[in-house]
Design a protein around this ligand. Structure first.
Ligand code: NAP
Length: 527
């Protein structure tokens, strides 16, 4: 079956939602697409969560090679969808097919990367403090520690990555890798894509004989079905990517539960770019070209879009602004993900451009096509920026605000007063390194990733990546939603004190039967 049917997938069973449903809209044409996707009810949430809870003890106890095989099989099943998936995602999102083909590769590559992580067996991070102490100098209890999965996880897919941050995206993949069943609330912007991927996941669960409740996907409105999911007592953690208001609503719902649970919400970031004077003097034109390329890529609909530029005013900055403004003015409009996102962009840009202390430097060319984004470059002074928090807010789309500073001290003052960010970028020549060294500790405090002489869009999936940061970039700065470290969000440590040897889990058992990397009496090694 390669066409979406409009059905939800609950623990391996197709279920037609009831009541008013949704149809996807092709944002490039404004036309609605078939079929209709019926919304789930509280009973469907209950069914998915009951199945997830039943699946949990079996799934978490499955040999790690079997869990890894599940992730690999999901990747294979998604790859097999090939053109069908790209076509559907293209018509539901307006994103170019080449970009979506790359996103399929990113999604399946991510699944396979987590599969090898699970196979390596490091996730439990075992520690052993045996009794008596190795040197026999004192007696103490025998304490052994490992990490276990939290339990069923609710995942809210993002609109701007219909594959890599959606049904089988980073949150789902890292939760499954940790040993947690997943219940996904599909995004209404791309329901057909969600269904196709959910079928691929469900088929993998069946093919590998995993418990059916390991995975479910529901359609429904966020405030109703989404809140019911987050407040279901079986759900133990939440992964979310989207707006600040949506993330905060889910955080409030999770905290108001009789037993609150963690919410890992990635929400909003302006991703400041600091242009230091010698770098501008050396290569203002090249920096402008790179900046506008990053700003306008994907109609600016990246969480890492460079929405803020900070620099000391002077001839070098003016040269950069002139080149960047020319390039923005010549840029073509591109289709945004949904009519709502296009309206929100136009409204927010209109408000910002009308702000008395903001000057519009350039706006991209217009078009009659629906739901498009005209890139925009605006500017203000650092004093105004520091005095008015409304100027700090993200405008989701290809809009950037330049903050002109009086001197290096004021530039650092801006850095000190930024909200939490996913990224902070510095362009620095060698002669700027003393200033960059003063800036770096300030940027570490506000951002999850600091990068030099590049652009923040394009987040590499790897072992060292951090896609996170202090509020409002995320609701919990201690983790990442991209890269293998993401799995740690869904694990917690348990200590086993004087537990009889026969009852100990293998990862912490005497003799290290699985030959895992463990810390024994503080010493790391395979012992
Ligand atoms: P969104 O409106 O936050 O929606 C994301 C998900 O959260 C959807 O499934 C939505 O459900 C649910 N949701 C929203 N509000 C909720 C609430 N009050 N209670 C419970 N669930 C709720 O994000 P979006 O639709 O992807 O885009 C809207 C805006 O989000 C954009 O204009 C942009 O500002 C921002 N955004 C930011 C990022 C980022 O990475 N920083 C990425 C994407 C979007 P329903 O829609 O079905 O109700």
């Amino acid at each position: 079956m390669t066409r979406p049917t409009g059905h939800m997938l609950v623990a391996g069973t197709e279920i037609a939602g009831k009541g008013a449903g949704i149809r996807a809209v092709d944002p490039a044409t404004g036309q609605t697409l078939e079929p209709e996707f019926g919304h789930g009810s509280p009973a469907d949430v209950d069914r998915a969560c009951t199945a997830a809870e039943e699946a949990f003890p079996v799934y978490r106890a499955a040999p790690r090679n079997d869990r890894a095989a599940l992730l690999d099989r999901i990747a294979d099943n998604i790859d097999a969808l090939n053109e069908t998936l790209v076509e559907r995602a293209h018509s539901e999102s307006g994103l170019p097919k080449a970009r979506l083909t790359g996103e399929v590769g990113r999604t399946t590559g991510q699944l396979r990367m987590f599969a090898s992580l699970v196979r390596q067996g490091d996730l439990e991070a075992p520690r052993v403090d045996p009794s008596p102490a190795a040197d026999g100098s004192r007696s103490r209890p025998d304490i052994r520690q490992r990490r276990i999965p939290l339990g069923p996880v609710a995942v809210f897919g993002a609109s701007n990555f219909p594959l890599a941050f959606s049904v089988a995206g980073g949150d789902t993949t890292s939760a499954l890798a940790a040993g947690c069943p997943v219940v996904v609330k599909a995004h209404d912007a791309h329901p057909g894509t969600c269904e196709l991927v959910a079928r691929a996941v469900t088929r993998a669960v069946t093919e590998l004989d995993m418990p059916a409740g390991t995975f479910s996907m529901l359609f429904g409105s966020g405030p109703e079905l989404g809140t019911a999911l987050v407040t279901d007592p079986r759900i133990q953690a939440v992964g979310f990517t989207g707006s600040r208001s949506g993330g905060l609503a889910l955080l409030a719902a999770a905290q108001s539960r009789p037993r609150p649970i963690p919410v890992f919400a990635e929400m909003s970031s302006t991703n400041p770019v600091f242009l230091l004077p010698n770098a501008l003097a050396e290569r203002a034109g090249d920096i402008a070209t790179g900046f506008v390329g990053s700003l306008t890529s994907g109609a600016g609909q990246f969480c890492t879009n460079p929405g803020l530029v900070v620099a000391v005013d002077g001839p070098e900055l003016r040269e950069f602004l002139s080149a960047a403004a020319d390039s923005v003015a010549a840029s073509e409009p591109s289709t945004m993900l949904t009519p709502d996102i296009a309206h929100a962009y136009a409204d927010r840009l209109g408000e910002l451009a009308a702000h008395p202390s903001v000057e519009e430097l350039a706006r991209g060319t217009g078009t009659d096509r629906p739901n498009t984004c005209r890139p925009a470059l605006l500017a203000t002074d650092a004093g105004e920026f520091l005095a008015d928090e409304s100027l700090h807010q993200e405008v989701f789309g290809a809009c950037s605000l330049v903050v002109r500073c009086r001197d290096a001290e004021q530039l650092r003052e801006v850095a000190r007063n930024l909200e939490g960010q996913l990224t902070a970028t510095v362009h620095a020549a060698t002669a700027d390194h003393p200033e960059a060294a003063a800036l770096l500790p300030l940027l570490e405090r506000c951002a999850g990733r600091v990068l030099f002489d590049g652009w923040p869009t394009g987040v590499q999936v790897g072992h060292a990546m951090v896609h996170g940061g202090p509020f409002p970039a995320t609701s919990d700065s201690r983790g990442t939603s991209v890269g293998t470290l993401a799995v740690e969000r869904f694990l917690r440590p348990v200590a086993y004190q004087d537990v009889p040897e026969a009852l100990l889990p293998d990862s912490v058992a005497p003799g290290n039967p699985e030959q895992l990397w463990r810390r024994v009496d503080g010493e790391p090694g395979r012992h």
